[in-house]
Design a protein around this ligand. Structure first.
Ligand code: BGC
Length: 741
């Protein structure tokens, strides 16, 4: 009998002995008051007590999933799953519940096929554009609540790879190009989720910065650059949130697969960062038993190719020490006790639809970045007689990010007639949040007409007849692909240029997950980057266009002038044998594909650090974003110390109340050999007209340090530090240099 099948039968037997039926047995075993059910004990003590009671089979049960269609074997036990991406059988005899995992990047996934409803928040990159830790907390809390309401106790959200390669098809799922911004934002988001008593997860650890050939690519990056870039985002995210799980990625890093990479999993994550939770493999990213286990992989998903019978045999034959398995199990139990999923298991309920919509809209209003405004915005509803709304599907909906992050819209894909078939993997999905309707609602007395833009000349003809033309342009992204380029697809550049030529009052609203190039930038009056706007995107956008909301968001990614300015002119594509093998399914990828190399020789110079170092002009810089008011900066003082304190005054000098994101950067001493400057802190301040506020930002010593590979730690280089303060990475009016030792 093949080992996987044997293991599966064992699982069934175990499960039947242990169950009767899961719910009543759990209740029974709670009633017996196992000593580890005492919540006064630490998660660590509780986990240790359980591990001592467990048989080897029970231990192994916790170390793998029960399968997913199309990705290897599927156990009949998977029938107990709540319908999410991962299901781990519990140990009812010991009161340990099953782990029900769901993808949840910008909302809970798979709600459609399970007959449920989930709120779609703005894309994660959009949330990062709010630079608002409270908004991120609310974002995470909403996801946590909807996970629990749907019966899940573990989230697979928390993507925080850096936007090192902006053509990465998952850029919308991540939090931008800066490790401190991304780390703090994902930290707040995960804190919000875990506060709802679900296990949180950060992913994809690490350097999964492109999707092309992701199961084969070997990323080469030097240690210092790695620690100061992508890894720093994870480090800060974990510090801030104590997320109880980390998902290792598909790719290789410096030779070893991430899920069997001792440097990443043990040396950095578990030793340096003292991570107490567990490492779960990305789906099908496990490639070995003994090597992965020794390297620090705790749990295989979605099946048990390596962590089922093979692991059991390896323990019995001494190839894998039992202590290693105990550590894996301990970490999983620790995560369950620490996050409260055992003390306060999820209870299914109806999600708060209205509450979710209101939160999604509020966050989008804080996330859409006003990139250009020659004075056309905000629109004055009282003066508008006619509006042309132009762009693919702008009458019906707004686009959303695809892949395992995909949230299902109520009623299905808004651009398909109801009941006309399902949208497949790698097909764009539009949410029923209609720009046309939201704009009509703002100007009920005006003539608001729509043109899809499929024929740019007819769109331009309509634009010519209107007081104002609003073009909704999009660039769709998804897991499993990268963008061919940063240009808008489907001739949308031509569409915008033609409309702008026909009407000098042209406003462009972008629905993208990555930066785009804009050959028409000088021809249009205003540009709003709305990202993927979520369930209530169109109302949020209309509120900004008509001035009910004063925009405050700032870019978490640089918009380059051209792709020629990126560190890599093109994405390295996998060789044919890799794409062929990938298309043949999981068996091939599980077996391990021949590596192809991607070398991140820009190192720490991700995003603005690259453009600064190379002295390249950009289209819109990192940290940039306009408002309907203006701000001034004055009185910079920097008090040296271990964590220097930077204080300054921000004044609202315009005619509307608003919120300003005040950014603090530092230039390190030349001896540090770092890019010209790095973000070290920020503060978001709400200011009435004419109001001034003193702002004080404490800068953590680590944010000013370099990673010293020889000493294996963060080091502050003694010398002169220049602090720069202002409203964008390329508009920093305040400057003071101090000496730090
Ligand atoms: C993705 C993960 C996701 C997992 C489960 C993988 O393809 O890379 O982000 O959590 O599937 O759906």
């Amino acid at each position: 009998m093949p080992t996987q099948v044997k293991h599966y039968f064992l699982n069934v037997v175990l499960f039947s002995i242990a169950t009767c039926n899961t719910v009543s047995c759990l209740a029974q075993s709670r009633g017996q008051r196992h000593p580890w059910m005492n919540s006064q004990l630490s998660p660590d003590q509780r986990a240790s007590m359980v591990v001592k009671e467990m048989t080897l089979d029970e231990k192994i049960t916790l170390l793998h999933g029960t399968g997913m269609e199309g990705l290897g074997p599927v156990s009949p036990l998977a029938a107990q799953s709540n319908g999410g991406a991962g299901y781990v059988v519990g140990i009812p005899r010991l009161g340990i519940p099953a782990i029900q995992m769901s993808d949840a990047a910008y909302g809970v996934r798979s709600s459609g096929e399970n007959g449920r409803y989930s709120t779609a928040l703005p894309a994660n990159v959009g949330a990062a554009a709010s630079w608002d830790l409270d908004a991120a907390l609310a974002y995470g809390a909403l996801i946590g609540r909807e996970l629990r309401a749907q019966g899940y106790n573990m989230s697979l959200g928390g993507g925080v790879d850096l936007a090192r390669e902006p053509r990465n098809g998952r850029t919308f799922e991540y939090l931008g190009e800066d490790p401190i911004l991304a780390g703090r934002m994902v930290g707040a988001l995960m804190k919000g989720e875990q506060a709802q008593h679900v296990i949180g997860d950060l992913k994809h650890y690490a350097f999964n910065d492109q999707e092309s050939g992701r199961s084969a690519v070997n990323v080469n990056i030097d240690q210092r650059a790695g620690r100061e870039s992508d890894l720093l985002a994870f480090e800060i995210g974990l510090e801030e949130s104590n997320a109880a799980a980390v998902m290792c990625s598909y790719n290789r890093v410096n030779g070893d697969y991430a899920c069997e990479n001792k440097y990443l999993l043990t040396d950095v994550l578990k030793k340096d960062w003292k991570f107490q939770g567990f490492v779960v493999s990305d789906w099908g990213a496990t490639h070995s038993t003994a090597k992965a286990s020794a390297a620090g992989l705790d749990h295989e998903e979605p099946a048990w190719i390596f962590y089922g019978d093979d692991l059991k045999k390896a323990v019995e034959s001494g190839r894998v020490p039992l202590a290693e398995v105990d550590d894996h199990v301990h970490r999983i139990l620790w995560a369950m006790f620490a996050t409260g999923v055992i003390d306060d298991p999820p209870r299914k309920s109806v999600v708060d639809v209205e509450g979710g919509l209101a939160i999604a809209q509020r966050i989008e209003e804080q996330s859409a970045v006003l990139l250009k405004n020659d004075g056309q915005l905000p629109l004055d509803a009282a003066k508008l007689h006619s509006v042309a709304v132009i762009g693919p599907h702008a009458d019906l909906g707004m686009i959303s990010g695809g892949g395992s992050a995909q949230v299902d819209p109520p009623g299905g894909n808004a651009i398909m007639p109801p009941g006309k078939g399902e949208t497949e993997w790698l097909e764009p999905i539009w949410f029923p949040t209609s720009p046309l309707k939201s704009i009509r609602a703002k100007v009920p007395g005006a003539r608001v007409q729509f043109d899809s833009g499929s024929d740019p000349s007819s769109a331009a003809a309509l634009a010519k007849t209107a007081d104002v033309a609003i073009v909704f342009a999009y660039q769709w992204e998804s897991e499993g692909m990268d963008l061919d380029s940063l240009s808008l697809p489907e001739h949308q550049d031509e569409l915008i240029a033609k409309v702008a030529a026909a009407n000098p009052h042209t406003i462009v609203v972008l629905e993208t997950g990555s930066p785009v190039t804009m050959p028409w930038v000088d021809q249009v009056g205003a540009i709003l980057e709305a990202w993927y706007g979520g369930s209530r995107g169109s109302d949020a956008v209309a509120n900004i266009l008509f001035g009910d909301v004063n925009p405050s968001a700032k870019l978490p990614v640089t918009f380059p002038k051209s792709e020629a300015d990126l560190p890599h002119f093109t994405i390295v594509k996998p060789p044919r044998k890799v794409t062929d093998a990938e298309s043949q399914g999981w068996q091939k990828t599980a077996a391990g594909l021949p590596a192809f190399q991607v070398t991140y020789d820009e190192g720490v110079k991700v995003g603005y650090k690259w453009y600064d170092a190379e002295n390249k002009p950009v289209l819109f810089p990192f940290g940039y974003g306009l408002s309907y008011t203006t701000y001034s900066y004055a009185n910079l003082k920097v008090v040296p110390g271990r964590n220097p304190r930077v204080s300054f005054t921000v004044t609202n000098t315009g005619k509307r109340a608003g919120a300003e994101i005040a950014e603090v950067y530092a230039s390190l001493p030349a001896a540090a050999a770092e890019p010209p400057k790095r973000l070290v802190g920020w503060s978001k301040i709400r200011l009435d007209v004419g109001e001034s506020k003193e702002v004080s930002v404490e800068v953590a010593a680590k944010y000013l340090s370099i990673f010293n590979v020889e000493q294996h730690g963060w080091q502050l280089i003694p010398g002169e530090y220049t602090f720069l303060v202002g409203g964008s990475s390329r508009d920093l009016p305040l400057k003071e240099t101090i000496s730090l030792q």
